[in-house]
Design a protein around this ligand. Structure first.
Ligand code: AMP
Length: 413
């Protein structure tokens, strides 16, 4: 699903574009229309699924386009840790960069100066307040936080908040909010106590479940950090190094499928291709050859990543980084089916590093970085900061906001 399908304001679209997002992730595709329609939502979604933008984007759009009171805090996002508050504030800053929507991050552990800044912002009113429960409760108790016009409440990582003992703080904060508001609850897991809490807070919520399957442990996963120009030589090197019986190579576009197949054939590697430009009968013929073992190297677009049963594939190569974690799991799941072992290599170019980091986050651990043979030349560094907003974006972001940031007054450097 494209972001243009949601009918977002043009200023927000600029922020999405500048953040480098192209298609919506599955959680975004499901959650955004519901939030836009004013529904309460309870969603089970882990970190790495794009859940932050799934709630920030519709909130920013609503604040931009729906009438709301000035000089009040409009949306409250409650999160378990200061790290998450900072991360969401950075997301917020990037996505709202071209809008007049303001935001502040309010979390514990700061100095007196930070408290004064937070107090000033909360008593003046910010559009989006991203806070940890204890600190927000402390501010509310002092009586200056403007909450009368608040319209949106988000509880992020709700299961973690309950595990950390924040239930009472959260309920205290909520008891100070207007009754009529839109509520969104995100949680990686849905134990009974979360459902109980949801029952008290949400009104007739739509329920979304984005459970990401993990790849089987027995698949050997490795990533090669390369320049784009090194990808073709690297495929050839790997295919020659070991005698793989059945190799499936995924490319993100038809063009790269065709180009890679041509190159492999030129080097006498027996490859064929499958993509949507081919007639159905031709596709079936190629697939049959591959399944029966008469063809050992198949280069394909994502049409083959889901649901097609091919056993005995011993190597999957992600020639391009898949779009999201779900695609990654489906693609590499083509190998090591049943009892067999399998290997999955992923080629990560410089511009794909951020996407790959998001996938690693979803998998819950980094994928081993393999050494590129010296004969292919120097390789780029793997920049783990590319996963944060500052490193991976097309423009420089300011430091994470502490308080009182008004994105509308900022202009790109
Ligand atoms: P989250 O699950 O919210 O922690 O997001 C995980 C990562 O995915 C973050 O680095 C986001 O910037 C990134 N991300 C979120 N939505 C998209 C999208 N539609 N396309 C590409 N990257 C995204």
């Amino acid at each position: 699903m494209k972001f243009t399908d949601f009918g977002f304001d043009g200023r927000l679209m600029e922020g999405i574009d500048a953040s480098g997002y192209e298609d919506a992730t599955p959680v975004q595709a499901q959650v955004i229309p519901l939030i836009m329609a004013g529904k309460d939502v309870i969603a089970s979604a882990q970190t790495g699924t794009g859940k932050t933008a799934a709630f920030l984007l519709p909130l920013i759009n609503k604040i931009l386009t729906d009438p709301h009171e000035d000089h009040t805090n409009n949306a409250l996002v409650i999160v378990p840790t200061r790290e998450l508050a900072i991360q969401i504030a950075q997301h917020m800053e990037g996505l709202s960069y071209f809008t007049s929507v303001s935001s502040i991050a309010v979390f514990g552990g700061g100095d007196g100066n930070a408290f004064v800044q937070e107090k000033k912002a909360l008593s003046h009113g910010a559009d989006v307040v991203i806070c940890t429960p204890g600190k927000m409760m402390a501010h509310i108790k002092m009586g200056y936080v403007k909450l009368k016009g608040l319209k949106y409440l988000v509880l992020d990582e709700a299961d973690r908040m309950l595990d950390m003992g924040f239930y009472d703080d959260i309920m205290f904060i909520i008891s100070n909010l207007p009754k009529k508001r839109q509520n969104l609850l995100f949680s990686a897991t849905m134990p009974h106590k979360i459902r109980e809490m949801a029952r008290k807070i949400l009104h007739d919520p739509a329920e979304i479940n984005i459970s990401i399957s993990k790849p089987p442990e027995k698949i050997i996963q490795e990533a090669f950090i390369v320049y784009d120009t090194q990808k073709i030589p690297l495929v050839k090197f790997l295919l020659r190094k070991k005698d793989f019986k059945s190799v499936l190579i995924f490319c993100s576009s038809k063009i790269s499928v065709k180009q890679l197949t041509r190159e492999l054939r030129r080097s006498a590697l027996p490859a064929d291709e499958i993509h949507s430009d081919l007639e159905q009968s031709k596709r079936e013929e190629v697939l049959m050859k591959f399944k029966s073992g008469r063809l050992s190297i198949l280069v394909a677009t994502d049409i083959l990543s889901r649901g097609i049963d091919i056993d005995n594939i011993d190597l999957v190569i992600n020639y391009d980084v898949p779009h999201d974690g779900e695609d990654y799991v489906h693609r590499i799941g083509r190998t090591a089916r049943a009892a067999a072992d399998g290997t999955a290599y992923t080629f990560v170019s410089v511009k794909e590093q951020r996407k790959f980091l998001a996938i690693e986050k979803l998998l819950g651990k980094p994928v081993t970085k393999a050494t590129v043979p010296a004969e292919l030349g120097q390789t780029p560094e793997f920049n783990t900061a590319a996963g944060s907003r500052q490193g991976g974006d097309k423009r420089n972001f300011k430091r994470p906001m502490r308080a009182g940031g008004n994105a509308g007054n900022r202009r790109p450097n």
